[in-house]
Design a protein. Sequence first.
Length: 290
Amino acid sequence: MELLERNAPCWCGSGKKYKKCHYNFDEKLKFYESKGVLIPSHDIIKTPEQIAGIKESAKVNIEILDYVSEHIKEGVTTQEIDNWVADITAKAGAVAAPLNYDGFPKSVCTSINEQVCHGIPSEDIVLKDGDIINVDVSTILNGYYSDSSRMFCIGNVSEEKKKLVEVTRQCVEKGLEQVKPWGYLGDMSQAVYEHAHANGYSVVREIGGHGIGLEFHEDPWVGYIGKAGTGMLLVPGMVFTIEPMINMGSHEIFVDDTDGWTIYTEDGKPSAQWEIMVLVTEQGYEVICY
């Protein structure tokens, strides 16, 4: 990376001179880069104004998932869930990010049991006693993006499935504990991977989290098989999702040929996923969407 002239306006838009704003920050980045570390570009480091906008979007996302938490139950169709999401999103003056994204036909993803992710809501899909379901909500408000998902257990869920859901939630927490400024994305990845495997589960490799805020999917790509001390450097102002997909059986997956979206476990065993959005701060991290 190249440093700006010290008296030039800072790249972050603060209006301050570079030397009074991000000069020392960039010098530190340049040092890490000289050591062969992958550093974030300026365009994925969010400004205070952008972070404020992202947090407003996240409030809508959280409101939607809170509503789903209160109303989801046996007998509900996944289309009803989509209707809830569309209604709350519209009332908030927001837009559902999944709708028409690369042709996706609905406002939310609903993935049940052996469906890993990207399940398409339908009037024909009725939640049954014993199901586990991931509801993945993504919102655009005033041009700012937010994204999070939760798992729900419907009725009398088997102990096996309950454990999978709980361990997956713990994987997110274990990963989150490793998020800190001037640490590495791999620190988080290894923590997720180790906890999943310690419980006899596998981690989906092809699909991961992502940077977010000004676009739906930004750098960095966030995988969960990385090693501590590797991967992109984490710096204050980065916003990304932690959303491991943990399988009860093999990590192998496939895409439904019929709809081109829904992803299933290859062996037909259940999968679970929780998703949060995290902001890297000067002190550590802040969860801004869950």
